[in-house]
Design a protein around this ligand. Structure first.
Ligand SMILES: NC(=O)c1ccc[n+]([C@@H]2O[C@H](COP(=O)([O-])OP(=O)(O)OC[C@H]3O[C@@H](n4cnc5c(N)ncnc54)[C@H](OP(=O)(O)O)[C@@H]3O)[C@@H](O)[C@H]2O)c1
Length: 323
């Protein structure tokens, strides 16, 4: 396979490279090309036993033929370069928000809606990190009981904002109190604003959780009420999820439905971000029945892996299997 990674020096990009080794894809890759901005041009990155030189992203490179191209360099880079790659007949797995709500573009979590990948070539959108782990946890429940509404509060790690988010927290912990990328100090703090606030008061991150959940579940009727919050954690997003179902159920059945989705585990031990960082599993715990058809649970996953790179690798694997 010939593979290209756009944004290879970033948090998500570097995780792709790790996963190529972990998922043994590296043995099947005959050519690997790494792209980033001019800042990283010439940098060397080791993948498996070989060293690769980072190239500056240019239109001509996107016109070449690849088996798969991964994009994780932000929405504006995807907007400009992904259509060029698509026009050349390439399959592009895009981690940015650029194409997620485009009706023609599949928004895929393979454990939930892999069928969209069959006979499809072109841009495939990877959902937002906080949406992926939530729909994975709720998938079996939505399928068998029907979901009426979801109220979710997130506790999102600084790595969700990329390298710069991690650096900002680490700097503040060292006493450098510069506030650049987050709207407030993040050290010893909690910030209930991720992304810009819209006129209706929702942030862009909250709007993504509403729209993407409906698109992935192909259900425009589901009501989603999110509050997205940044916390001073390096890796791992946590979510408190309150949901109402159409059919009644029990805590035992909810546990079974949670685990009916591959790569989702009910586990009362793995409940904090530190315990899930580095894992490709979405962990669910503290399932509570509040009243008839009304439940609460805690959902936790590594945002860079489950919420970005691992989902993209699973898209590649499923796409190959189905085509
Ligand atoms: N972090 C997460 O949890 C997460 C989850 C889901 C989706 N995503 C999405 O994935 C994308 C990347 O996120 P990240 O966390 O990996 O960010 P990051 O750590 O800031 O990395 C950004 C990457 O994009 C490259 N880049 C920036 N501007 C570029 C340009 N003009 N041309 C070419 N490359 C450019 C950077 O290269 P340089 O090193 O040269 O600057 C770097 O490789 C974003 O769209 C983000 O929304 C992130």
């Amino acid at each position: 396979m010939k593979i290209g990674v756009v944004g290879a020096t970033g948090e998500v990009g570097r995780t792709f490279l790790k996963l190529f080794e972990e998922y043994k894809l590296i043995n099947e890759i005959s050519e690997l090309r790494l792209f980033a901005s001019e800042r990283s041009q010439g940098q060397e990155i080791k993948v498996g036993s070989k060293r690769y030189t980072v190239e500056k992203l240019q239109e001509d490179s996107m016109k070449e033929k690849y088996d798969y191209l991964f994009f994780s360099a932000g929405a504006s880079v995807s907007k400009k370069f992904a259509p060029i790659a698509q026009e050349s007949g390439n399959v592009v797995i895009d981690n940015s928000s650029q194409f997620r709500m485009d009706e023609k573009i599949p928004l895929v979590v393979p454990e939930v809606n892999a069928e969209l990948l069959k006979n499809y070539r072109g841009i495939i959108a990877n959902p937002n990190c906080s949406t992926i782990q939530m729909v994975l946890a709720l998938n079996g429940i939505h399928r068998d009981l029907g979901l009426k509404e979801i109220v979710v509060s997130t506790y999102q790690a600084v790595s969700g904002a990329g390298n710069k988010g991690i650096i900002e927290l680490l700097n503040q912990e060292k006493g450098i109190n510069e506030v650049k990328h987050f709207p407030k100090v993040i050290k010893n703090n909690v910030i209930p604003l991720i992304g810009e606030k819209k006129e209706n008061g929702l942030t862009f991150e909250e709007e993504k959780m509403i729209n993407e959940t409906r698109k992935i579940f192909s259900d425009k009727e589901i009501k989603v009420f999110p509050t997205t919050v940044r916390v001073p954690v390096l890796y791992g997003h946590s979510e408190s999820v309150f949901f109402r179902t159409k059919l009644d159920s029990s805590v035992d059945e909810i546990m079974k439905l949670v685990e009916s989705t591959p790569n989702v585990e009910y586990n009362e031990e793995k409940i904090t971000p530190i315990e899930v960082a580095g894992s490709d599993i979405t962990f669910v715990s503290r399932i509570r029945k509040i009243e008839e058809k009304t439940f609460l649970m805690w959902v936790i996953a590594d945002n860079i892996r489950v919420g970005a790179a691992t989902n993209a690798i699973r898209i590649l694997q499923k796409h190959r299997e189905l085509n």
